[in-house]
Design a protein around this ligand. Structure first.
Ligand SMILES: [Zn+2]
Ligand SMILES: [Zn+2]
Length: 183
């Protein structure tokens, strides 16, 4: 079942009628399309249809520690009202209050979950994603991704090879200045 559900029949039923649907579709994210799967329950309420359910999907994320891109799983707990823009029996347009934040069921009585899913994905996306709980991150000295193995830097102290190099550079600078002075 894709994220567009024809609810014409259910809108004709009385308040309290409920149906469940297995969703198996894809997100339309620019960074990549990911499967969206789960079960939703549609409950006929006075004003329209209340959708409740849990959907699983993924987003492309960048680890906040090691900066590697990875697919971050998300669980979306959906609970949203969808209000019809047209009365299913009379075909008369219904005023949908602007600014209520409610989603709509279009004039063909199709309830489309994809915009709701898009918004829930944005809300569920972690601020500081981790590629895994024990991500080792990057070495502060050499920048190596420590998940791929140790880098040889001594933790907390600068690499001794670098301090030797610094000494050489210092001497070279001094020599150059002396030569300049002599000429
Ligand atoms: Zn990481
Ligand atoms: Zn290092």
């Amino acid at each position: 079942m894709v994220m567009e559900i024809d609810v014409a029949q259910q809108l004709k039923e009385g308040v309290g009628s409920s149906r469940s649907y297995q969703i198996s579709d894809f997100t339309g994210e620019e960074q990549g399309r990911f499967p969206v799967q789960g079960q939703v329950e549609l409950l006929r309420i006075d004003r329209g249809i209340l959708v409740r359910g849990t959907l699983e999907t993924k987003i492309r994320a960048m680890c906040s520690r090691c900066l590697s891109p990875f697919d971050h799983p998300l669980r979306l707990r959906l609970e949203e009202e969808f209000l019809p823009v047209v009365d299913v029996l009379s075909g008369v347009s219904l005023p949908v209050a602007e600014g209520t934040g409610a989603f709509t069921i279009d004039e063909n009585h199709v309830l489309d979950l994809s915009e709701a899913v898009r918004q829930y994905v944005l809300l569920a996306a972690p601020m500081k994603p981790l590629c895994r709980k024990d991500c080792s991150g990057l070495c502060p000295s050499c920048g190596r991704n420590l998940n791929q193995g140790p880098c040889g830097c001594l933790a907390g102290s600068p690499d001794p090879r670098w301090s030797q190099l610094e000494g050489l550079v210092g001497t070279g600078g001094l020599l150059r200045r002396e030569r300049k002075g002599n000429s």
